[in-house]
Design a protein around this ligand. Structure first.
Ligand SMILES: [Zn+2]
Length: 91
């Protein structure tokens, strides 16, 4: 069990950032699969489902950009979706 004190005294392992990057790259691929293969199913669930998916993806991507967690080349397949969801002007 990790106590709060233990967590504060234990440094991150040297490969921590690489592990986080790997996890985020895989999560991105899940989003890509969702948008490419299952978006019509999401739409049939109603507009709320689309909004929830887009909101989660936007938060995810802003975190990715903030900490440079995924290489730009890896992001390319979903650029159209990312631009629309993250950077389109709503008003
Ligand atoms: Zn699937």
């Amino acid at each position: 069990m990790v106590t709060k004190q233990h967590a504060q005294d234990t440094p991150f392992p040297p490969n921590f950032f690489d592990e986080v990057r790997s996890i985020f790259k895989r999560l991105f691929r899940v989003y890509a699969h969702l948008y490419y293969s299952h978006f019509k199913n999401v739409e049939t669930m109603g507009m709320d489902a689309v909004v929830y998916l887009n909101t989660c993806f936007k938060h995810f991507m802003l975190f990715v950009y903030r900490y440079s967690l995924i290489d730009r080349k890896e992001l390319e397949p979903l650029n159209a979706v990312t631009n629309k969801v993250c950077f389109a002007k709503i008003f």
